[in-house]
Design a protein. Structure first.
Lengths: 369, 369
């Protein structure tokens, strides 16, 4: 192609883009007008449920279903999420309390789930987030529940036991591990420090690239980075933020064995969420003693063909010999087959509490940070 | 209105929103296809200027001009910025080095300017960002240039003196100050600690609410927060992040006297940017001695009716009696009247360097954080 026909083609492409932008913008404006209409009707009815998790999830799933490219589903759902978020904020932005400080994965989870048109309120501790939402100072809370490196899961589970809040959403973010060190080269590394779970998650990489090098488990990857920052021949496994914060060069990046390594967060609210057809139900079950009981507990679900996505046990605080199980079941508590399984479990357990039924996360993708 | 007609209205509104979403999504897909076409033509030409600051600025200005509500200009330009950012990233995401760590205002400035579909690379120091962009490891760099509280301006200015990079954009973010203290109430505050500039920016509020209370200047607001975190009757002026990081309760929020208090950032690149009709030109001028010279320097601009938006003086590193002036002029270096003013200044000065002509910032709004 000659330069002048290239220039013509570029100019033509630009004109088409400009025309498209005008139309996209006009449609977003129309959408915002309708969102205001909806808000007015709801206000007249005395309703305050402007944000409906099940409706959001349905809309975003349709976006992914309709997507014919070239943008990937994650990008397109993110863009449409932002459009929805901006329209919703016309009335008043949602207040979302989260485990801070700013710049953490939990903040990224807030924006992933709610878009950027929210008032994100960082809080220092998980129980504060529960209190803020319970008291109505925040509309929703976002807390980590499966953090593969920092071990904060248990605080969230413990808080869920006594709280009146429901789980009304989940967010999964990809998490990457890097090897941080002042050693200059891998040959100079004599010791690798990290949280035990991170060491485990990078085991194959460490075996291949740092065979025979001592591995030392510490309380968190942040602590590991802090320690090795003052050393010449030690390396830490940690995220980008730690590399930056401690000015620790990244000797190798994305060293996790499982490329889909994720952290999972829960969205907490005061409302319960209707079924969307692709839901998860989290329950808390207390039983008296473990051996045998757990198997009996799980039998009804197996027989009904209901999938148990996750199970976590925690010692109860009430009696030393009690155990709490946190169980995630595929489906919604309003579905008869899920309800039946819950009833069967309840008849075996000392105590059962439904923590929430909520849409499975939509638009999974990498976290930032 | 009856409940059933309300329900009908809500259902109708939802259907219209679904139809709009499908159309918005289809148009975004079309836009992405054209963006790929543009990239292919440019690649065939051996060009690498996939991101063109002047084109972005023009597109976003048109978005704001066309906007008929109900979303405000800042929100709508943000949404369209994200659409552009996602389309551009189809080829390969822009790499943008910035002054980290993550969670800082500078990171927020990166996303404000480039959208979220970029690879944002946190760096520990301003000179590292210059080096990364100069070496081609990053496409662009983002650094603070007018930070009202931390005083980092000078590092950026000093780096600009010797760098081959051009300024190709600016970002302004709103910055809020809060009063952080363990004192519980204002009555319990005996001392207010902050960077001197923050104390000055909150002077009226302090006069009204904490009259007679001792004010103490320290090196940064972060340092102030760290100090008062261990005290019962002291307060710091700082941002939300510090409140969170040091678990310091916010006794009062947004206490700055000037509600439009901002921090300004520069976007650095290897390319120079064509005129858009609303541009700024930053120059560096070295003169031998100050008295009288500055006035002579500014006379040509005044006579030509060219606005000087900003002027900063810095001692030069070359000779003790030299001064550098950083001057921002409204207009583009390719405009004859700007060119004339620069020529006139150059004839008076020991040295003149054009640091860049770039579009004025588009879509001004509050920062996050």
């Amino acid at each position: 192609m000659s330069n002048s026909s290239d220039s013509d083609a570029l100019a033509g492409a630009r004109e088409r883009i400009d025309a498209l932008d005008a139309r996209i913008q006009a449609l977003i404006g129309e959408r915002a007008e309708i969102a205001l209409e909806v808000a007015r009707i709801k206000q007249a009815q005395g309703r305050s449920d402007f944000y409906r998790p099940e409706r959001e999830a349905e809309v975003l799933r349709r976006v992914a279903e309709r997507n014919a490219g070239p943008l990937d589903d994650a990008t397109l759902t993110r863009l449409m999420r932002e459009v929805m978020s901006a329209c919703l904020a016309l009335e008043s932005p949602l207040k979302v309390a989260y485990l801070g400080p700013e710049g953490t994965y939990t903040q990224a989870a807030v924006y992933r789930h709610f878009g950027h048109a929210v008032d994100a309120l960082p809080r220092a501790a998980i129980d504060e987030i529960f209190r803020e939402v319970e008291a109505g100072n925040a509309d929703f809370g976002v807390v980590p529940v499966e953090n593969s490196t920092e071990g904060v899961v248990s605080h969230t589970l413990d808080q869920l036991v006594g709280s009146s809040l429901s789980i009304c959403g989940e967010v999964a973010l990809a998490v990457h591990h890097h090897l941080l060190s002042n050693a200059g080269t891998l040959d100079g590394v004599r010791r690798v420090v990290a949280h035990a779970q991170s060491l485990a998650q990078c085991r194959k990489w460490l075996d291949a690239h740092l065979p025979g090098v001592v591995r030392e488990g510490v309380s968190s990857n942040g602590e590991a980075a802090r320690m090795v920052a003052r050393e010449d021949s030690a390396a830490a496994i940690a995220g980008r933020a730690a590399s930056e914060f401690y000015s620790l060069p990244m000797l190798a990046s994305n060293i996790e064995d499982e490329p889909n390594n994720t952290t999972r967060f829960l969205v907490l609210g005061r409302q319960s969420v209707p079924a969307t057809g692709a839901d998860m139900t989290s329950i808390l079950v207390a039983i008296r003693n473990r051996p045998g009981m757990l198997h009996r507990l799980l039998t009804p679900a197996a027989e009904a063909g209901v999938d148990l996505a996750r199970i976590e046990s925690r010692p109860s605080r009430r009696q030393a010999w009690d155990y709490n199980f946190f169980i995630d079941i595929e489906g919604h508590v309003d579905e008869p087959r899920v309800r039946q399984v819950l009833d069967a479990i309840e008849s075996e357990a000392a105590f059962l509490k439904v923590l929430g039924s909520y849409p499975r996360s939509v638009g999974f993708g990498a976290g930032s940070p």
